[in-house]
Design a protein around this ligand. Structure first.
Ligand code: NDP
Length: 449
């Protein structure tokens, strides 16, 4: 196991996030490998950490002033052991191959937990949609899809949204795919309702994260009623996490973006949430504008001199990191514990650094890692694929009920896997073990391919 970590570090020394994701899984599955010596002989770790295919490409596009720009596009097809590659596209200036590989690796196990037949992949670009006109975003998406189209398909690889890729971008990407292939097919998920999208898909990641946290609370005979919650981010996941927490009686006091965060001691109610949705989804504005409309709240711009994020340093019961990877550092982890936060459910992918994760596990918090907690998004994407194949559209209650059942089942799977390998109450180990066993067994059934 140490060998495999050295191997991937030496092979791609700059891919730090990928190493971090692999290390966590490898450490969790130690008891599985000890119990199944044939996995070693079959080199399952070496196989599962090497993508089946990596696609990197040039994305040239022209801005509104006719200036040409070039970005880099990626698609990492990590594993098709249990179904077609499935995972989102991220458009953000920080995107590089290491980040896409970590996301694709996490996606393999997450998809394995959903009970649906989906392999793992992830893609994106270092393009920054922020501040671009709709025309510029459209031209970029068209150029991106001009290359990606030859690698994807409804039974091959089905991308979706992620950071910087919402309904607008999915629309432009889908339009170009349709033109190139001359077929109307479920090749992307997160589509608009009028042309093949599923009800509840926009809400699914946030709702699912809260459903998972509710399951964890239920093990202590508790609910969200009256609980104070910290939420980071203000995009898709943060918005619908907030909405579901309100439904269940929670009080949400923070939201953020890359510029800073707001602390609203009175709580973010439905009216304030609607304001944030209008601000972020329509006006594409900044969280700093929140206090202009709600002056009783406070806004704290990001302070580069601080070695911790003050958002995680408020008294609260629950935390829902919903922005990006490694947004909770070791000090933030300690602050959360010291402030009495005892429920942490990760809407974002890998938002906590390993030292913070160790602290949460050591203090026996109800801590749900992203690959379990935020699997509701890809699960409803899987339901969107099923509806597209049948040319049917299920009602809202049906999709929401299926989502609830899937999150319940993921929770049960994590608990059972933890119990059977002697790591009771450890959702990190439980999620990693359950996802790993499922995918590895499928790989072995299919021979050395
Ligand atoms: P959005 O683009 O809708 O929102 C992202 C939010 O996070 C924005 O508020 C953004 O602020 C903030 N953010 C992004 N990068 C940074 C950064 N480097 N530092 C500080 N803030 C940042 O994305 P989503 O809500 O879809 O995704 C959020 C997280 O959830 C990601 O980790 C994603 O991988 C994960 N996820 C998403 C799923 C989905 O279905 N959408 C499914 C499963 C996981 P700003 O606008 O200023 O950039």
């Amino acid at each position: 196991m140490d060998e495999i970590i050295s191997l991937i570090q030496n092979r791609d020394p700059e891919q730090r996030e990928f190493h971090q994701a692999v290390k966590e899984v490898v450490e969790s599955v130690r008891p599985v490998l000890e119990r199944n010596p044939e996995y070693r002989q079959q080199a399952v770790l070496e196989r599962i950490t090497e993508p089946e295919r990596v696609i990197m490409f040039r994305v040239p596009w022209m801005d509104d002033d006719t200036q040409v720009h070039v970005n880099r596009g990626f698609r990492v097809e990590m594993s098709s052991a249990i179904g077609p590659y499935k995972g989102g596209l991220r458009f953000h200036p920080s995107v590089n191959l290491g980040i896409i590989k970590f996301l694709a690796f996490e996606q393999v196990f997450k998809n394995g937990l959903t009970t649906l037949a989906m392999g793992g992949g992830k893609g994106g670009s270092d393009f920054n949609p922020k501040g671009k006109s709709d025309g510029e975003v459209m031209r970029f998406c068209q150029s991106f899809m001009a290359e990606l189209a030859r690698h994807i398909g409804p039974n091959t690889d089905v991308p979706a949204g992620d950071i910087g890729v919402g309904a607008r971008e999915i629309g432009f990407l889908f339009g170009m795919y349709k033109k190139l292939r001359n077929e109307f097919t479920g090749v992307l998920t997160g589509k608009s309702l009028d042309w093949g999208g599923s009800l509840i898909r926009p809400e699914a990641t946030g709702y699912g994260t809260v459903y998972f946290a509710a399951e964890m609370l239920a093990t202590k005979s508790q609910t969200f009623e009256g609980k104070t919650c910290l939420v980071s981010g203000s995009g898709n996941v943060a918005q619908y996490t907030t909405e579901k927490l309100l439904d269940l009686g929670g009080k949400i006091v923070t939201l953020s973006d890359s510029g800073g965060y707001i602390y609203d001691e009175e709580g973010i109610d439905r009216e304030k949430l609607a304001f944030v949705q209008q601000l972020k989804n329509i006006r594409r504005g900044r969280m700093s504008e929140y206090t202009e409309t709600y002056p009783n709240a406070e806004y704290f711009p990001v302070d580069p001199a601080l070695d911790y994020n003050p958002l995680w340093n408020h008294k609260a019961d629950c935390a829902f990191p919903s922005a990006t990877q490694n947004e909770i550092n070791a000090l933030d982890g300690k602050n959360l514990v010291d402030n009495g936060v005892y429920v942490i459910a990760e809407g974002a992918n890998m938002p906590s650094v390993p030292e913070a994760v160790d602290l949460f596990v050591e203090h026996k918090l109800l801590y749900a890692p992203g690959k379990a907690a935020n699997a509701g998004g890809v699960a409803v994407s899987g339901l969107e694929m099923a509806q597209n194949s049948m040319r049917l559209s299920w009602p809202r209650e049906e999709v929401d009920n299926r989502l609830k059942q899937i999150m319940k089942s993921i929770h049960r799977t994590c608990v059972d896997a933890g119990d059977s390998y002697g790591v009771q109450g450890n959702y990190v180990a439980g999620a990693n073990i359950a996802g790993f066993v499922k995918v590895v067994n499928a790989m072995l059934d299919q021979g050395l391919v």
